[in-house]
Design a protein around this ligand. Sequence first.
Ligand SMILES: NC(=O)C1=CN([C@@H]2O[C@H](COP(=O)(O)OP(=O)(O)OC[C@H]3O[C@@H](n4cnc5c(N)ncnc54)[C@H](OP(=O)(O)O)[C@@H]3O)[C@@H](O)[C@H]2O)C=CC1
Ligand SMILES: O=CC(=O)O
Length: 339
Amino acid sequence: MAAAAATHLSVRAAPALRLRGKGTCRLLSCYASSSPPPPSSGEGFSGKVGFLGLGIMGAPMASNLIKAGCDVTVWNRTKSKCDPLLSLGAKYESSPANVALSCDVTFAMLADPESAVEVACGANGAAQGMAPGKGYVDVSTVDTATSKLIGKHITSTGASFLEAPVSGSKKPAEDGLLIFLTAGDDSLYNRVAPLLDVMGKSRFFLGDVGNGAAMKLVVNMVMGSMMVSFSEGVLLSEKVGLDPNTLVEVISQGAISAPMFSLKGPSMVKAAYPTAFPLKHQQKDLRLALALAESVSQSIPTVAAANELYKVAKSLGLADQDFSAVIEALKAKEQNPQP
Ligand SMILES: NC(=O)C1=CN([C@@H]2O[C@H](COP(=O)(O)OP(=O)(O)OC[C@H]3O[C@@H](n4cnc5c(N)ncnc54)[C@H](OP(=O)(O)O)[C@@H]3O)[C@@H](O)[C@H]2O)C=CC1
Ligand SMILES: O=CC(=O)O
């Protein structure tokens, strides 16, 4: 039996008080837990912070670091997405390697395993700018093998590596209320803790590289299946003549209440899917969770069935819509039942 991963949890019990400092990030925070020890007043991160990948999640995360007074340098494949961050005071470098070269710690928030590897390990990738004393924190959702591969490239330069995928979507990213699922170098974890606390409400340290990625995939496979089950309920309620808005209200008051249902239910009833978590990323996470389960011969048939629906939704052109658009795959199945 595999040994249980080391777990340290720190929860931000009260909103962090963020102070602007010149060239440094000064943070005063309150914590509910003493493990790891909370930063004391005035203690924080001093150094330059890089941020690679300014999509739905990366942009607000980097923005919160800048607003907290951090000295942030950004890069994104599509350069125009850097502009709002530059307006807030960020610096720009023309490649991931140059960001890593000019910063003490570099964060990466990329779409999938392929892009995470390319940005970290490819030509002009972050690894080329890494050196002893620097740190790389990958907050993208990837599989364990990818995270280990990136970690190997980074640490071969003498730098430190932490995987730190996040739970929480666009709004929690904007509000600095993400949940970090970290693993890897514990001294880098402690070093960047004040930065994680700017962007998130809690952080878990889960031991060796791979455990953070695995935890994130398990959480997201539950989420993806829940969304399919909820979609089926919405459609069935309509079909038997119930008001699906009432269903959303009933669910919100009971034991299966979830912020996700209350947040997305009303727009799903109107067939509107404003993107917070792109459907293509949810399907990627189910695909990676299925591979994780396969690696330990674990059967996850509900997730396998949910994954098929997300694939149908992608084939309907819904990849960039919110993942709640998976309900459209069920509607399409009803219109074109398979023999
Ligand atoms: N949205 C959400 O609710 C959440 C998402 N996540 C995870 O966070 C990660 C990012 O998600 P999100 O911000 O929503 O995704 P987006 O699709 O909005 O952003 C993806 C980012 O990856 C970049 N990128 C994609 N391919 C490449 C490539 N080949 N080379 C370089 N850069 C590339 C994009 O650059 P460009 O702008 O040029 O396209 C963009 O910066 C994903 O792993 C996702 O699963 C985790 C928690 C919540
Ligand atoms: O990965 C998505 C999320 O909402 O968390």
